[in-house]
Design a protein around this ligand. Structure first.
Ligand SMILES: [Zn+2]
Ligand SMILES: [Zn+2]
Length: 124
């Protein structure tokens, strides 16, 4: 079970979504990505794809969305880094970084602090 962490700038307090960087999703028949809530991800997958969905179909229709941040306009976006183009839907910048890549780097907002991973002591 992963721990829940907060991501915060140690200077200005700029906050990123807490949790563990993203979530699993399943694509329904309309092409929409449905969030699979933890810890019963596969119950949602079975609901969308059917109980006896073959593994190849599950493989094809599930993925992992990561919380990302546009470094230009600070928009928070959710992207499947294996499938999606790294492009900001707001300003079309390609300067997108995932949350885990931001940890230990300088804060995109104040440019002075560092993004720190803070353990909340909670578990999912
Ligand atoms: Zn900051
Ligand atoms: Zn942007």
């Amino acid at each position: 079970m992963p721990a829940i962490n907060d991501y915060k700038c140690d200077n200005c307090g700029f906050c990123l979504p807490s949790g563990w960087g993203g979530y699993m999703y399943v694509i329904d028949d309309d092409g929409k990505r449905i969030v699979c809530p933890h810890p019963r991800e596969f119950a949602t997958v079975a609901e969308v794809l059917g109980d006896d969905a073959p593994p190849e179909l599950v493989e094809l229709r599930t993925g992992f969305n990561s919380y990302c941040l546009c470094l230009e306009c600070l928009k928070k976006v959710e992207l499947d880094l294996d499938r999606d183009l790294r492009e900001c839907p707001k300003c079309t910048s390609n300067n997108i970084t995932s949350l885990s890549e931001l940890v230990g780097h300088s804060c995109p907002k104040c440019k002075e602090g560092t993004i720190k991973e803070i353990e909340t002591g909670m578990w999912t």
